[in-house]
Structure formats: C-alpha cells, structure tokens
Write a protein that binds this ligand. Sequence first.
Ligand SMILES: [Zn+2]
Length: 142
Amino acid sequence: MTIDFKNLSAAEWREKLSPERFHILREKGTERAFTGQYDKNYAAGEYTCAGCGEKLFTNDEKYNSGCGWPAFVAPAEGAAVDEHRDTSFGMVRTEVTCGNCGGHLGHVFPDGPRDRGGMRYCINSASLDFTPEGGGAAGASE
Ligand SMILES: [Zn+2]
C-alpha cells in the first residue's frame, strides 16, 4: 500500500515529522542560517525528502555557497522538484517544493556558479535526509 503523500492531513504530518520539520516542510518555515545539519556536509551520497523519502539532490550538485544553507546547482537527475512563484514577505522569489509530497524545501535564486548553470537551490537541512553513498540505509531516523 502506498501512501498518498499529497493528501495527508496536517494532523497526519504532525505525527510523522518533528516539530521543526513540520514547521519547515508543511508551514514553509526556514531554519536559521548556519544551523542546519547538512550545510557543511560534502560527503558523497543522496539527499531525500524528509517528508516522503523522494530522492531530490546528490552531492554532485552540492556546492559551498557560503549562504548558510545547503546549496545545490540543480536537482538530482530525474528528481521530482517543483518550482513556484512566491511573493510572500514583499519579495519575488521562486519556491522549491517536493514534487511527490508538496513539502516546502527552500528557494532557488539565479546567483549560483555561472559555469554550472547559474542557479542556487537554497534548501533547508530540515527538509532533507542524507544517505551516504555505499553506506546502505542510514536507518529510519527520527
Ligand atoms: Zn516529499
């Protein structure tokens, strides 16, 4: 039986996620800069959605932007990542969400490395789980 992540209620998400993850993924929160657990992680491996487990990014796309959040030049090949125009807080930005569950991941800005496409996907660590390459499943972490 597969879970229809797009139709989970807020109460069901609250049961699945920690309060911090619920706030960021489901209420479009943002973790404080330089506090996320994956900001400085450059190990080889895969980043999946903390809400539904969808593969979103890999270390191949990650780079050190210095912005205080994990930054990627692009989603992983074939990853289901959606982009939406976001005009909240008086700014015009592009919000990035998980295409599988609709969870908020972060924003994408056109100030990434020019030689790698020029985009910066600025993603909350709390929206992601990381699985080191070759390490097998990291286990169902809370
Ligand atoms: Zn998801």
